[in-house]
Write a protein that binds this ligand. Structure first.
Ligand code: C2E
Ligand code: CA
Ligand code: CA
Ligand code: CA
Length: 274
């Protein structure tokens, strides 16, 4: 509760280091962030391999507290997971994304879901409720999960994935290649989509031996009939290599940084098929 938070803050002593103090302030502010309206959502386009057409958008949470300023999602998302606030933030991001997504016909909307939302909440019920509430078509929603979801409780992860897919939603494995998962995970869980982490995309178009791993990941995705997205595409050279690699979708600063819903509406108008 807020009261408990204040009491803990008062019990704080100067000898505690600055980092711990900062973290504690973040934690308390984050607790009220959704209610305070300080969490917003930006969108980054997913392009076809020509780079000309938009196939979807990924919703990315942003937090800017009036006193603390903007805080990176790399900081506040893990904190929200540890404190449980992620349930509320996750629902808020989903609702915002589906409301905004209704302005953009035909393209998909991807929303990130944390492992703790799968294991400590009923993400299927939340997604079903927000789909009903917003009347957004389930077929255009993608849920992005990281492999950490699969490590904890495999049975529950599987049930929740099936539950989402039964709603008509697609499920993507995000950040592929960064953790422990590999082939066996991909086969055991019925993902619809594979997002290759940007650390592998750096090698696209580089001398041949450095692209070996990337090429084998793409081959694996093809063998499993997955839609393959390359993340973190920054150069035209990478795009050109990826275009001929068997990837289906590209995402990265080359096309656009994450932008506001209004900016996305303009971006879509600029990239409409002429
Ligand atoms: P992610 O899901 O892997 O999202 C992609 C991240 O890569 C985003 O960082 C995006 O801005 C960044 N990015 C996109 N293109 C490029 C590029 O060409 N180069 C580089 N260097 N970076 C690129 P962002 O927005 O800071 O988000 C970081 C992470 O925070 C996300 O990684 C995701 O794991 C998490 N996150 C963000 N929003 C949410 C959310 O609503 N819920 C949950 N559970 N996690 C979220
Ligand atoms: Ca993602
Ligand atoms: Ca990712
Ligand atoms: Ca990531």
């Amino acid at each position: 509760s807020k009261q408990a938070g204040v009491e803990r803050a008062l019990a704080f002593t100067p000898e505690m280091d600055a980092e711990a103090t900062y973290r504690h302030m973040l934690e308390m502010a984050l607790r009220d962030a959704v209610a305070d309206g300080t969490i917003s959502v930006l969108y980054q386009p997913l392009m076809d391999t020509s780079g000309h057409h938009v196939l979807g958008v990924e919703a990315l949470a942003r937090w800017s507290d009036p006193t603390l300023g903007p805080v990176s999602p790399e900081i506040f998302i893990p904190l929200a997971e540890e404190t449980g606030v992620i349930q509320e933030i996750g629902k808020h991001v989903l609702r915002s994304a589906l409301q905004d997504g209704k302005m953009w016909p035909h393209i998909n909307v991807a929303v990130n879901v944390s492992a703790s939302q799968i294991h400590h909440g009923d993400v299927v019920e939340v997604v079903r409720d927000v789909l009903n509430e917003t009347q957004f078509p389930a077929q255009r929603l993608e849920i992005e999960l990281t492999e950490s979801v699969l490590l904890a409780d495999e049975k529950r992860a599987n049930e929740q994935m099936r539950g989402l897919q039964n709603l008509g939603v697609k499920v993507a494995l995000d950040d592929f290649g960064t953790g422990y998962s590999s082939l066996s995970y991909l086969r055991r869980f019925g993902f619809d989509k594979l997002k290759i982490d940007r650390s592998f995309i750096e090698s696209a178009g580089a001398p041949q031996d450095s692209t070996v791993i990337l090429a084998s990941i793409i081959k694996l995705g093809q063998d499993l009939d997955l839609t393959i997205t390359a993340e973190g595409v920054e150069t035209e050279q990478q795009r050109r290599w990826l275009q001929h690699s068997g990837c289906h979708q590209l995402q990265g600063y080359l096309f656009s940084r994450p932008i506001t819903a209004d900016e996305m509406t303009a971006f879509l108008a600029d990239h409409a098929q002429k």
